[in-house]
Design a protein around this ligand. Sequence first.
Ligand code: MN
Length: 205
Amino acid sequence: MSVYLHEEDLPAGVLADGPVAIDTETMGLITPRDRLCLVQISDGKGDEHLVRFQPGSSYAAPNLRAIVADPNRIKLFHFGRFDIAALQHYLGVLAAPVYCTKIASRLVRTYTDRHGLKEIVRELLGFDISKQQQSSDWGGPVLSDAQRDYAASDVRYLHALKAELDVRLEREGRMALAQACFDFLPHRALLDLAGWPEIDIFAHA
Ligand code: MN
């Protein structure tokens, strides 16, 4: 179980086939303003890969883009809406098909309004992950050990979470509804980028 740091792209052939967990770290929450600094990716076999982008990067990253766009790989996110928009805006590639552990959590953990990654990892898997570095500066020349560990932990548990959440989605008869949400999610991210960020297009008023 290791964390690997790469510059500007993922090396070819480092991921096993199958679903990949993806997370992003940016300079902030406004996607066109706040540049993409780091993309974390894991195949769920125990290693995490961190791909760092320098200021002024071209974001060419052909290997990473191919993984994100691969129609045969499910991309696992936690609150994928944000990450999918960042990947689309900076890498120019739309992630699909996707699975979002936050949406799945909302559909089955109806007994709580706490759907943060830390909370569902603790409840469903029994691990305690630190969120201390969440608001740190991801744009500096050197990532601290704490930042690397934090960034890697954001993708480390998504495969196991999907397995647990799928059991509950089946149990509660909501798998089809979840899949419909996942199918729409890339389009929700595109709506964010196109100028409908905080507008519920399904709302009456
Ligand atoms: Mn993160």
